[in-house]
Every structure is written in C-alpha cells, then in structure tokens.
Ligand binder design. Structure first.
Ligand SMILES: *[C@@H]1O[C@H](CO)[C@@H](O)[C@H](O)[C@H]1NC(C)=O
Ligand SMILES: *[C@@H]1O[C@H](CO)[C@@H](O)[C@H](O)[C@H]1NC(C)=O
Ligand SMILES: *[C@@H]1O[C@H](CO)[C@@H](O)[C@H](O)[C@H]1NC(C)=O
Length: 351
C-alpha cells in the first residue's frame, strides 16, 4: 500500500516565511464530495494545505440533501455519522490555514428545493431549513453554496438567501452554482431567473460558482464568459467552474487551454471571480493517488505565491489519527484490518 506522505520539509519551509494576508481574488474553489475511497478509507483533504504551492481559498463540503419526511444527509448518510469524523476534524485545520470551508446543498440529486422541502410553504420551509441551519451551526460551516438543479420559484430562492443572511450575519458566505448559460439568458436547471435574483438580492450573494461544463458553456475560449459579462454581470462575481477530470463530466478543458482563456479574460476585465473545480478526489493530473495536484496547477494559473499558513501540534495530529480510525466505512475491507492511516498525520507536526 502506497502511503500519502506529505512533504514535511516543504511544509516547514513554507511556514518559515510569514505570508502577507492573501487576497481573496481571484478565488480558487474546490468541491469535496467523495469522502471515501474504494477500500472504505476516508479521503484526506489536508494535502490541499500541506502540499506546497497551493493557494485554495474555499473548500465546499458536499452534497447536503434535504429529504422529504426525513433528516438531512451528507451524500448517503446523516452528517453526524462516524464516517464523517475525519472530514469534520480536518475542516478545523483547513479553516486554521485560512481556507474558507462551506457546505453545498442540492446538486444533481433532486429533492432539496421542491415545494415539499425548501421551496415549500412557510411551515414546510421552517422545518427543512431548520435542518440545514442546524448543520451549519453543528459543523461550523462558514458559508453555504446553493446548487439548485431542479426548478425552484423566484420567491423560494430569495427566501432562502435572505434567511441565511439574517441567521448567519454579514460574514457568512452565500454562493450559488448555476450552469453558466443560466447567467447569459440561455439554458438553465434552476427555473428562477438569476439576473432577477442578482438585482433583488445580489448584495447578499458573494459569488457564483458557474458550471462551464456538461454542455452548459465551456472555457475553451472566452466566448461563454464574455456572454455573461455582456449580460450585465460583474466579472469579479463569476467563477469559471470546471470539471477536474473528464471522469466528472463533459467539457474538460486542458490546463494550458484554460490558462490561455483566464489570461485573456483577466487582461480584458482586470480581474475575474476565479476558478471552481468539481470535484477533489479524482482530479487530474494526479487522479485518486494525488488529487491535490489539480489545485497546484490552478494555483500556478491563478494565484501563485499566495499559500496559506498552517500549524499542526502533536495533539492535533493524534486527534486526526483517532478520527481517521472512526471514519473507516463499517463493513469495508479496511474496517477489519486495523491498518494505520494511509495519511501520515504525525509527519505534519510542525509546532
Ligand atoms: C404546507 O405544505 C405541506 C406539504 O409540504 C402540507 O402538508 C401542509 O398542509 C401545508 N400547510 C399549509 C398551512 O398550507
Ligand atoms: C429555464 O429553463 C426552463 C426550461 O427550459 C424555461 O422554461 C425557463 O424559461 C428558463 N428560465 C429562465 C429564467 O431562463
Ligand atoms: C499562462 O499563460 C501565460 C501567457 O502565455 C504565460 O505567461 C504563463 O506562464 C502561463 N501560466 C501557466 C501556469 O501555464
């Protein structure tokens, strides 16, 4: 079994020099959805802060689903299940390293935003919104991404955005994840009008993780991004959402092609919102064995030398080891082996 040993020397070197407070723009955002590998082992997100030359700004833990008649789930299980202990422990370190950790509700599985859940009448909304609010509080999420991939009413999305802002205050990060064409009067999955939402509630929406893939526009040229800006959007609020590997959807654009598009857009508009990637665990070019390499490549394109700082003590490393063992999927091959974590938490200690 190949261990994921993190470069401890690189780690120390990057902390020896105090970095200036990194600018948020242009943002580098990554979704973390797949939480376990095929052997049932939790997938560590920490390489995104311990590997050198990565300047991730936001990590989005997903996908939260609202289930009619049931409880909120993170993918297939309630978020308090032990198999997510590693994720909830590790996000504490991500936050310490300056990465904003958000959640995402919705996605491809329908059900979270219909008239019997978050788009329901006042009573229904209160009930299901309450589950989402409690999860945000319980796990200390710093923001919520609304990935509405089923028809939702204009009033419904407005109600949800306003409620999150009212409950969590001005620093809470609220984002949406439309298909890119929905911002340019083209095809959409959400039903409501994004332009109208931006006019009524744009001051409460931090940015848009626009999906430039799966046939909803692409980043092989500036064409689709340009159409959005011509439609009246602020380029700083629009992120170029990308699949991180052709395995995650149609419309993968090579890093060199993407770089050319980004360079052209930044020259034209001064700055853009950034790049978003869907999703972490199998990103190119490292695939499942080194998924953080995608973030390195994107950092080189977008925000070189803006690497966050991190301190890991022995007690933190020991806590992470315990969480790892509790997070192994019950009944999987690894749950009986009592194997040591394939993440070398002890090698990360630097304080
Ligand atoms: C609200 O909607 C639910 C279905 O989600 C329904 O059972 C209930 O009767 C409705 N309440 C009111 C006051 O309309
Ligand atoms: C969204 O797509 C649906 C289905 O194609 C369409 O009927 C609707 O007009 C679109 N809405 C907006 C705001 O573009
Ligand atoms: C992106 O393209 C610019 C212009 O050609 C080039 O100077 C830069 O090195 C490229 N960056 C990366 C990371 O490929």
């Amino acid at each position: 079994m190949k261990s994921q040993i993190f470069g401890a020397l690189g780690l120390l070197a990057s902390f020896a020099v105090a970095a200036p407070a990194p600018s948020e723009l242009p943002r580098l955002v990554l979704y973390y959805q797949t939480t376990h590998d095929a052997q049932g082992r939790p997938i560590s997100m920490l390489p995104l802060i311990t590997e050198k030359n990565i300047a991730l700004t936001h990590l989005i833990i997903c996908s939260f689903h609202i289930n009619k008649g049931g409880v909120i789930h993170l993918n297939d299980y309630p978020p308090h299940f032990p198999l997510f202990k590693t994720a909830w422990e590790e996000i504490q370190l991500m936050k310490k390293a300056g990465v904003k950790v958000m959640g995402m509700v919705g996605g491809a599985a329908a059900g979270s935003f219909n008239s019997e859940t978050l788009d329901g009448n006042a009573t229904t909304f209160e009930y299901y919104y309450g589950q989402l609010r409690d999860s945000i509080i319980e796990y200390g999420l710093e923001g919520m991404d609304l990935d509405v991939e089923q028809p939702m009413s204009q009033d419904g999305i407005t109600r949800l955005v306003r409620r999150l802002r009212a409950d969590f205050g001005p620093d809470f990060i609220i984002t949406l994840a439309p298909v890119s064409t929905a911002l340019a009067s083209g095809g959409n999955l959400s039903g409501f009008n994004y332009k109208t939402l931006e006019i009524t509630d744009g001051s409460d929406i931090d940015f848009y993780n626009a999906q430039f893939y799966n046939g909803w526009g692409d980043m092989s040229s500036i064409y689709n991004f340009d159409r959005i800006i011509s439609n009246g959007w602020d380029p700083k609020k629009i992120l170029a959402g990308q699949v991180t590997t052709p395995a995650n959807g149609y419309g993968f654009v090579s890093p060199s092609r993407l770089n050319a598009t980004i360079v052209e857009l930044r020259a034209k508009y001064g700055e853009i919102g950034g790049i978003m990637g869907w999703e972490y665990f199998n990103s190119k070019p490292g695939d499942t064995s080194q998924p953080w390499l995608w973030a390195q490549v994107m950092t080189a394109i977008l925000r070189p030398n803006l690497v966050p700082q991190l301190t890991i003590t022995r007690s933190t490393a020991e806590k992470l080891m315990r969480a790892w063992h509790q997070s192994v999927k019950p009944g999987s091959e690894m749950s009986v082996a009592l194997a040591p974590p394939n993440v070398d938490y002890m090698a990360m200690i630097n304080a």
